[in-house]
Ligand binder design. Structure first.
Ligand code: HEC
Length: 472
């Protein structure tokens, strides 16, 4: 019997690409979730001060900000959080499977912490001033600890997507060596400090509505001090994180990172520091429009490029440096009894071994069959990183020279990509038939796109109409 690759059907998002769908949800989720964890620390601080310095009016702020977070972080965060995993599961089922197989208990722990957080935020909002203040302080402390717990666990899991904490994991499979590593600590540090910055800014939504000027000053100065410290130490942590990249990830990040990213990060840092200086100096300026503006700056100039950068340095892998972005297993993991699929791919190709190629296309003959076969291989091998239409992520036709014909494309497919010499793309050692039909398909799409991009997009996404190419 033929050996099959463990591939699933691909999620083809023709307009913007599956990657952007996940990226969009993930970026706003980072804002919601970090705002909540940071707020939990501020709440614990304020509740403590309410007890020790006899400042019960702080509970008022906690109640107000907590009610805001209920919608901002808990409703929107709970929709976008599972939204990421849902979208990521259809975009890359094997990447998520790798995470679940390693971290199922940590994930369960994450849910327990999360449950405590959700129950906790209700308690903080509805019991402020209604239970003894020391009891309230205990709620705040538990809320803060479980919130930081959710951050810690998810950072370990996200770090594993970049690479396992310890190299020995491939041999041992130990969950702690998958989880803990220098890169994980560097990422934890960056996320923790930037979380304080996000908190400093988003806290403005509640601070803006605080009527008592003395209380507003104290809150605004606390938030701006915290936020400024976070911005500086977070930026320093990014350098630490960059120093933990493996050598090929360093090459990918040096050659493939848009130059605008660094400028955006520095601009985000400068704007937030000016903002915090302003709100510390004149707390009364902390109003709603300014808070909205500062939040947007952080989202667009800070979070969007940094989350995208994390995606870029991960290329060509999607999880643990053994699952490629196109879902092919690229190396042996003895601990999981996982074997590289590259040998099977190079021996038999996609057409013979992809479980979701229709039987009639496994040995394509007519022109139509060849184009369709090439289309399905391109979807399986390339569409996770290149959109097949002229919009979305790295539109594939734009990466080949405009005059590229099937022979030229086949030469390209038979060179660096075939041998795995392109550091940011998975190797693709395909047999001759697969490379032939793929290059015929790509040449056709490139040619049609020149005169009629819409028709080319329809062909790439929906398939070629049989009569258009005289097939049987
Ligand atoms: C892991 C993601 C990934 C996959 C899968 C992938 N590519 Fe790429 N490809 C890239 C990146 C990243 C670049 C660099 C360009 C950039 O940074 O935008 C690139 C560049 C290219 C280029 C430009 C020439 C070059 O060497 O830089 C071509 C042509 C190309 N890809 C074709 C393909 C084809 C055909 C497939 C499917 C067989 C494919 N790619 C699969 C990520 C990928």
């Amino acid at each position: 019997m033929n050996e099959f690759l463990g591939l699933y059907p691909a999620w083809l998002e023709p307009g913007i690409g599956a990657g952007w769908v996940i990226g969009f949800i993930a970026t706003i989720h980072v804002l919601f979730s970090h705002a909540s964890v940071g707020a939990a620390l501020v709440f614990a601080w304020l509740a403590r001060r309410a007890v020790t310095a006899n400042q019960p009016q702080h509970l008022d702020f906690i109640r107000k900000y907590g009610a805001f977070l209920l919608i901002f972080s808990y409703v929107l965060g709970s929709v976008t959080g599972p939204g990421i995993w849902f979208a990521a599961t259809i975009a890359n089922p094997r990447g998520i499977s790798a995470l679940i197989h390693n971290f199922v208990w940590l994930w369960a722990t994450e849910w327990v912490f999360f449950l405590i957080e959700v129950a906790g935020v209700y308690l903080l909002v509805y019991l402020a001033g209604r239970v003894p203040i020391k009891t309230y302080l205990r709620y705040c402390t538990i809320f803060a600890l479980s919130s930081v717990g959710t951050l810690l666990i998810i950072v370990g899991i996200l770090s594993f997507m970049l690479w396992p904490g310890q190299d020995s994991w491939y041999q041992t499979g130990g969950v702690l060596s998958a989880f803990f590593g220098e890169s994980m600590f560097a990422q934890l540090s960056a996320r923790f400090f930037f979380m304080l910055t996000i908190t400093g800014v988003v806290g403005g939504f509640a601070a803006a509505k605080t009527a008592d000027p003395a209380e507003k000053s104290y809150i605004a100065r606390t938030l701006s001090g915290l936020g400024a410290m976070g911005a500086v130490l977070g930026t320093a942590s990014l350098y630490w994180f960059a120093s933990t990249l493996t050598s090929d990830a360093t090459i990918v990040s040096a050659t493939r990172m848009p130059e605008s990213f660094a400028a955006m990060m520095w601009a985000a840092l400068a704007v937030t520091l000016v903002y915090f200086a302003l709100t510390a100096w004149r707390p009364s300026v902390m109003n709603l429009p300014l808070t909205v503006a500062a939040t947007l700056v952080i989202l667009v100039l800070g979070l969007a490029p940094s989350e995208t950068a994390r995606e870029i340095v991960r290329k060509p892998w999607v999880a643990g440096r053994f699952v490629y972005a196109n879902q092919i297993i690229g190396r042996d993991v003895p601990a999981l009894e996982v074997k590289s699929e590259l040998p099977v791919l190079s021996k038999n190709g996609f057409l013979a071994t992809h479980p979701f190629i229709p039987e009639n296309l496994r040995k394509p003959e007519s022109k139509w069959e060849r184009l369709e076969a090439g289309r399905l291989i391109s979807i399986a091998a390339c569409s996770s990183c290149h959109s097949l239409t002229d919009t979305g992520i790295r539109p594939i036709a734009k990466y080949f020279p405009a005059e590229a014909d099937a022979a030229g494309i086949k030469d390209w497919l038979s060179a660096g990509l075939y041998r795995g010499h392109i550091v940011y793309m998975p190797p693709l050692p395909l047999p001759e038939l697969d490379r032939d039909v793929m290059s015929e398909f790509l040449a056709e799409i490139i040619a049609v796109q020149k005169t009629d991009p819409q028709r080319a997009a329809n062909y790439a996404v929906k398939g070629f109409p049989k009569d258009s190419v005289g097939g049987k």
